[in-house]
Ligand binder design. Sequence first.
Ligand code: C2O
Length: 562
Amino acid sequence: MSSLSPLPAATGAATAAFLRPSLLPPKKSASQLSAYKSRKPYSPHFARISCKTSSSDKEPNNNDQTGPTTRRDILIGMGSLYGAASSLSDPTALANPLQPPDLSKCHPAIKGDAGDTADCCPPFSDQIEFKLPSPKEPMRIRPAAHLVDKAYIDKYEKAISLMKALPDDDPRSFKNQANVHCAYCNGAYDQVGITPSVALQIHFSWIFFPFHRYYLYFFERILGKLIDDPTFALPFWNWDSPDGIRSAASLTPEAQWQSNRDVMHTQMVSGAKKRTLFFGTPLKAGDLADGNGQGTLERTPHGNLHIWVGDLTREYKEDMGNLYSAGRDPLFYCHHGNVDRMWDLWKTLGPRRTDFTDPDWLDAAFLFYDENCKLVRCKIRDSLDNEKLRTGYQSVPILWKDSKRVPKKIRNKATAATATKKKRELTDLSEFPLVLNKTISVALPRPRKNRTATEKEDEEEILVVGGIEIDRSQVIKFDVALNDDDDGAPAGPQDTEFAGAFVNVPHRQKAGASNFKTVLRLGITDLLEDLDADDDDTIVVTLVPKVGEPVIGGLKIDYLAD
Ligand code: C2O
C-alpha cells in the first residue's frame, strides 16, 4: 500500500481477512543482510522546533496551557525511581509505572540485522502536563471510512497533505508523526533510569490501548488545526462490519464475513472476559515487554490486519507490516481508530469489563507533541474516557455480539460430509519444547471440570501456550483448536473448535538478537461449553503452524481471576 495515498480505506484497499495465510517472500541471504552500508553518525535532534501553520502563520501562544514541567514535577512523576525510599507512608510509594522516555537520549531505531537502523527521533523540548480539553469543545465524531461523503474526503485529503507539507523541524509533520510510532516500538528509547538498559516498547502488554489512543488524539488535533476545523475527526476503518471490508481472497464475501464475525466474537466477547485477556498483561517500569501476553484484540485482528496491508514483498514488509514503518501509511490511523473503538465497546459487553485501577497502569505515561508543538506528558489515567477527550465514533451496527459458530462435527453431520473423521495422532507433553513445523495435537489434562456458573465467572479457564520463542523480525502465525477431529482440514475461525491464533507483526528493538519470548493465553470457558466438553478430564489441543516455525515451550490449563 502506498503511503502517498491519503485515503486508503475509502479507495478500496480495505480488505479484512483476519486469518488469511500469507505467502512469505524468501528470506534474505546472510550476505545480503550483512551488505549494509556503513552509516554516518546519527544526529537526530533539531536545534529548534518550528511550529507554523498554514492557516495562521504565527507561533502558538505559549500560555494556552500549563507551563513547562519543572524538575520537581518530573521527580514526583518518577515515583519509584527517586522517591520510594523517602516516603514509606505514601501508599503509592511502591508504585512502579512505566515512565515516558527521555527524548534527549533517543537513538536510532532498529530495523533489521547488521545495524540497519531507522532515524525516528523527534525533536525535543520542555514538557508540559496533559490537560483534558474543555468540556465545551465540540465533539469530534469519527466517521466510518466507508460511509464518508466527498466533502469529507476532500477535507481529510487537504489536512493530510498540509501535514505532509510541514517542514522536518516541525514535530507535527507527517514524517515526525509517523516516527512517533517507530521510536516507541523499535528500540529508539530505553526506559528511563533502568540499568542495564531495557527498551521502551508500547506493544504486547496493557499499555497498548492507551498509548495508541493518545497517539490518534494528537494526530487528529494536529490535522484539525491545519485546516482550522475544531470538529475534524479521523475516519475509522470499520473492519468489524461486512460493509467496511472488501476482500479479493478466495472466500466469498459471505464466508469471509462469517469468519470475521466469529473471530470478532471470540476476541471481544467469549475470549476476552478478563481484563488481562482483553488488554494484555501488566508492564511496569523495568519490565521487558517480551514475557508479556498481548491482549486478544491487539493480536487479532489488529496484528493480522497490519500484516495483511503491509507489503510482504519488501524486506521489512513496509509500511503497515512492520512496527517501525506502520505510521507512514495513513491507513494506520484509520485502523487504530477502530482498534480504539473496540476499547469503548468492550466495556459495554458485560459485567467486570472495566478499566484497570492499578496505579502502575493509570500512572504510566508517554510524551506526544500536540497541535501547538508542545511536548505533552500524558498519563493513562486521563485517557480512559473518550468523551472527556471530546472524541467519539459514528454509531454503526455491531453484528458480532452473538456467536453463530457451529462445531465442525455437527456441521459435517448435517451436510453429510464425506470426510472420514478420526482422532488426531497425539504428541506427548514430554516432547516440549518443540519446533512447530507441522500440525500437532496434545491431550491436556484439566485440573477442574464442571465448575459452577459463579466459579466460571470468578475465574476464566485459560489455555496457556507458553515459552513461545520466535524471530521477532518475521511474520509468525499459528492457529489453536480444541477437540478438533481430523477430517482432512484443521478447524478454522468459522468452526467452534477454533480457539484463537498467535500472530507476530515484524519489529526489532535491539541490534543483534531478534529472538522474542512470549506467551499466548486463550480464554476457553465458553468454548468448552459450546463443544460440550465441560465435563471432560482432558482436552485435545491442536496447534497449526501457518507462517514460520515458532518454538513452543509447553501447554497448560490455568485459571485467571482478572
Ligand atoms: Cu502500534 Cu497497530 O500498532
